[in-house]
Design a protein around this ligand. Structure first.
Ligand SMILES: Nc1ncnc2c1ncn2[C@@H]1O[C@H](COP(=O)(O)OP(=O)(O)OP(=O)(O)O)[C@@H](O)[C@H]1O
Ligand SMILES: [Mg+2]
Length: 442
């Protein structure tokens, strides 16, 4: 969490090409939260996060930036589509459920950390349980030498279980449903609690039915869940998770333009869009939301909203909501050069993905540099001629180029298949320049 803005941008550079303004703004926002946490509590309360609005047409990296951030920062993070919410009273998900989702994500993080810390304990629990099943217990009153023998047997068995030698053996396990979680965050927390107690009672009544024959391998993972539920203090985890979501949580509100009501289409619009915006206000501004795990205050949660704003504009959002996203960043549309870099300089780029996929068939795919330039050029050209769908165009273009070799990969087994610029042009020129064709194919 304590990465400097520079380090955050450097990390993002590995996956997202250009869009430097957006990267910088977000990196700075994250660092500001780290700085805040170092201050006295009194000051901490005063400093509110500055929410960010990312504006950029489709396929230029808005979601990608946030996806990568989430992976890197081990902070509670969720991405939600604004368009899936409906006003309270309408059918659909209510807006507060996003905060509950955030808490759930926070719990997962904290839990994973605790499990890592207690790994040895958990492993011991698992192994002991399995060994117990595999070795019948010693009858009571066994002689001392018998007990010694048994002890040796136990240890030998432990080793074999750990080494995975017993993985295929079948054992009988009482599957305890101690931790029936209802993580349908759309339910009011009170309801979720009731449901949970019901299922607890049920699982206790059905103990006998819960006996199952499983392989040792499966038992390991089943028992692991059981162990972490038993050994880790869930009250503790929940409290810490709530706190972390409160202080460090990030909610990424994608497709926010879809709930804006543009002047042009007014009247034909779903009236609940504006309602969703109104429901969003208190959450973005800071309010208390009740979750199954306790009450969470949303004051310091950082909101990053993103949208293409093709049809509507940021000014079509209700003024109060606009005001709550003071930082605006625009993402540039992608040039031919950027597209080329996306293909060649990103980690796990599309080209690498296809190379890896075809290597499974024994085909070594080689892209000539000129061919990559050609792909970028034609993708850019298609974006200009038809719709600008940004980097997503690369997918369709490459798919078209590789169509044949992908289909008949078996014919090229153990061979190199070189993608030349001639091949790219041969496959694409006709399609790109023919408006009707490219609208359907690319
Ligand atoms: N600047 C970029 N650098 C690297 N990859 C990119 C970039 N822009 C887009 N991509 C790639 O294009 C695909 C789509 O990008 P992304 O999901 O970020 O689009 P978006 O801006 O969120 O669009 P939308 O408005 O449609 O949601 C992703 O697979 C991503 O890897
Ligand atoms: Mg997106």
């Amino acid at each position: 969490m304590n990465l400097t803005p520079k380090e955050i941008v450097e990390y993002l550079d590995k996956y997202v090409i250009s869009q430097n303004d957006a990267k910088k703004t977000i990196a700075l926002a994250l660092r500001t939260r780290y700085r805040r946490m170092q201050l006295s509590e009194e000051l901490q309360d005063e400093i509110m996060p500055k929410n960010i609005l990312m504006i950029g047409s489709t396929g230029v990296g808005k979601t990608e930036i946030s996806r990568r951030l989430a992976k890197m920062m081990k902070v509670p993070f969720i991405k939600v589509e604004a368009s899936k919410y409906t006003e309270v009273g309408f059918v659909g998900r209510d807006v507060e459920s996003m905060v509950r989702d955030l808490v759930v994500s926070s719990i997962a993080i904290v839990k994973a950390e605790k499990e890592e810390k207690n790994r040895e304990k958990i492993e011991n629990y698992v192994i002991n349980k399995i060994v117990e099943k595999l070795l019948p217990p010693l009858p009571s009153g066994a002689s001392e030498s018998k007990q010694d023998d048994y002890q040796r047997l136990l240890e030998a068995m432990e080793k074999r279980v750990i080494a995975g030698e017993m993985d295929d053996k079948i054992i009988e396990l009482e599957i305890q449903k101690i931790h029936v979680e209802f993580n349908d965050t759309n339910l009011p927390p009170e309801m979720a609690k009731v449901q949970e107690s019901f299922s607890k009672v049920f699982s206790q009544m059905n103990k006998e039915d819960n006996k199952q024959e499983v392989t040792v391998k499966d038992a390991k993972s089943i028992l692991k869940t059981e162990a972490s539920a038993k050994l880790l203090d869930s009250t503790n985890i929940n409290a810490e998770a709530l706190k972390r979501a409160e202080d460090g949580g990030i909610i990424f509100l994608d497709e926010i333009d879809k709930i804006a009501v543009s002047e042009k289409s007014q009247g034909r619009n779903d009236p609940s869009k504006e309602g969703v915006q109104r429901d969003l206000l208190p959450i973005v501004e800071g309010s208390s939301v009740t979750t199954k795990y306790g009450v969470i205050n949303t004051d310091h949660i950082l909101f990053i909203a993103a949208g293409a704003f093709h049809v509507s504009k940021p000014s079509d959002l209700i003024p109060e909501l606009q005001g709550r996203f003071p930082l605006r960043v625009e993402l540039e549309s992608l040039t031919e050069d950027t597209l080329y870099k996306i293909l060649t300089q990103t980690k796990n780029s599309l080209l690498n993905q296809y190379e890896a996929l075809l290597s499974v068939e024994g085909v070594k795919l080689v892209f000539e540099d000129a061919a990559i330039h050609a792909i970028a050029k034609l993708a850019h050209r298609t974006n200009e001629l038809t719709e600008d769908i940004g980097a997503r165009r690369l997918h369709t273009v490459i798919e078209k180029v590789l169509e044949e070799v992908s289909f008949s990969a078996d014919e090229y087994k153990d061979e190199e298949f070189i993608i030349t610029s001639e091949l790219v042009h041969e496959k694409l020129d006709v399609v790109v320049e023919n408006d009707d064709l490219s609208r359907y194919i690319l």
